[in-house]
Design a protein around this ligand. Structure first.
Ligand code: RFL
Ligand code: PHB
Length: 392
């Protein structure tokens, strides 16, 4: 079997890349280890930056997003029982964000791919990438219930296989630098059948820990609380979760979070990670396969979009002009944006979470930073620019 671009993984990175390549007239094959149902229901990101929204629209995948997505003009920061709005369009020259769940982005892209695009194999595990340095890199994979491996010969392979994927193992260890930070806390996330308690998302700093109030639709809330790393979800009853959210989001103006039945809950560890370089020969890495950010800045999915847009432009340039300048520069180009998102996500995380070994001095500094962020136009603008996204 042969193709131009072999794509490993049908998360948002792999699916969007397949769509962008289709639009550019470039053939691809997508190979995904999980089944369709699993990929379409994996609860993760909720916020799309302006650039991601524009990309989905431009490639013809924005129709349902424009009907069902919820545009947002800002967020609120809550600390010392007071809510402070940060209004994005006035601070950024008109940029906003959109609540449209990753599950929905994946559903839309899968439906389009199956209707209009090239092959997309579910329940097919990639075992390894071979000959990455050659002009014909190969993907070795095995379909469900098969007893033998098959090989897909490609001109280019893109590893969109997330943090636990196999693609980056094909890059020789001596060429790789990994940068990593693990945080001493995690996020316990819930989905609840109750309308969002507030029009905008609330990011709350409290001595008991961070809380985020988000949403999925006008009738479904998506909330998170900071918990110690290693927390077992079984330690938390639904009532205890709501009690904790209520305590951490108490305000002095009478506003209160609304409770409702919880229908899904899970704990996610917090990690920062960058793998350099993001390419080797004709193997390229995109999305979580190359970098992880803690979710506080809502950047993970948006970084994945940035990577695949960069790759699609580079290969189109090669097809149109014969020059592989842009392909050669892929890793450097992506990493500039990746490190800005790493910095932003790290700062947002430290600004809002309590740390077990935090000193009273550090606690005061955190409050000083929050005051600055809610009263100094330059600091507010910096937050708004970072949140709405770095240019693609
Ligand atoms: P994914 O989504 O992990 O997809 C990788 C795919 O590769 C498949 N795979 C393989 N397939 C074949 N063979 C193999 N050997 C394979 N190994 C793996 C996997 O099954 C999977 O389908 O990576 P991708 O596409 O790079 O997308 C990245 C995003 O999923 C991630 O960055 C975001 O979800 C992060 N994130 C958020 N990002 C945002 O931009 N905004 C947010 O508001 C936001 N909130 C979040 C988040 C992540 C969270 N969790 C659970 C980590 C909130 C949370 C709680
Ligand atoms: C979400 O709605 O899942 C969400 C929103 C904002 C974040 C992280 C997650 O920073």
């Amino acid at each position: 079997m042969k193709t131009t671009v072999g794509i490993i993984g049908a998360g948002p990175a792999g699916l969007l890349l397949a769509r962008l390549l289709l639009k550019a007239g470039i053939e691809s094959v997508v190979i995904e280890t999980k089944d369709r149902e699993y990929v379409e229901h994996r609860q993760r990101a909720g916020i799309l930056e302006q650039g991601s929204v524009d990309t989905l629209r431009e490639c013809g995948a924005g129709e349902r997003m424009d009907k069902e997505g919820i545009p947002h003009d800002g967020i609120e920061l809550l600390f010392d029982e007071v809510r402070y709005p940060i209004h994005f369009p006035s601070l950024t020259g008109g940029r906003r964000v959109m609540i449209y769940a990753q599950t929905e982005v994946c559903k839309d892209l899968i439906a389009l791919q199956l209707k209009e695009g090239g092959p997309l194999f579910f329940e097919t595990a990639v075992k390894e990438v071979r000959d990455a340095k050659s002009s014909k890199p190969k993907i070795v994979f095995r379909r469900k219930d098969a007893t033998e491996d098959e090989v897909l010969e490609c001109d280019y392979v893109v590893g969109c296989d997330g943090y636990w994927g196999v693609a980056r193992q094909a890059i020789p260890k001596e060429l790789v630098r990994e940068y990593e930070k693990n945080y001493p806390f995690a996020w316990l996330g819930i989905m609840a059948d109750v309308p969002p308690s507030n029009e905008e998302l609330i990011y709350a700093r409290h001595d008991r820990g961070f809380t985020l109030l988000s949403m999925r639709s006008p009738t479904v809330s998506r909330n998170y609380i900071q918990v110690p790393a290693g927390t077992d979800i079984k330690e938390w009853s639904d009532d205890a979760i709501w009690d904790e959210i209520e305590a951490r989001t108490k305000t002095n103006d009478g506003w209160k979070v609304q409770r409702g039945p919880i229908f899904q809950k899970s704990v996610t560890p917090m990690r920062s990670y960058v793998h350099e370089p993001m390419q080797y020969g004709n193997l390229f890495l995109a999305g979580d396969a190359a970098h992880i950010v803690p979710p506080t800045g809502a950047k993970g999915l948006n970084l994945a979009v940035g990577d695949v847009v960069t790759f699609a432009r580079a290969i189109k340039h090669k097809v149109d002009t014969g020059s592989d300048d842009l392909l050669q520069g892929y890793s450097d180009q992506c990493l500039r944006r990746v490190w800005q998102a790493e910095r932003f996500s790290y700062d947002m995380t430290n600004l809002l979470h309590t740390s077990p070994d935090e000193t009273p001095f550090e606690h005061k500094l955190q409050t000083a930073k929050l005051w600055r962020m809610t009263s100094q136009p330059s600091a507010e603008t910096d937050l708004a620019m970072g949140y709405t996204g770095f240019p693609l």
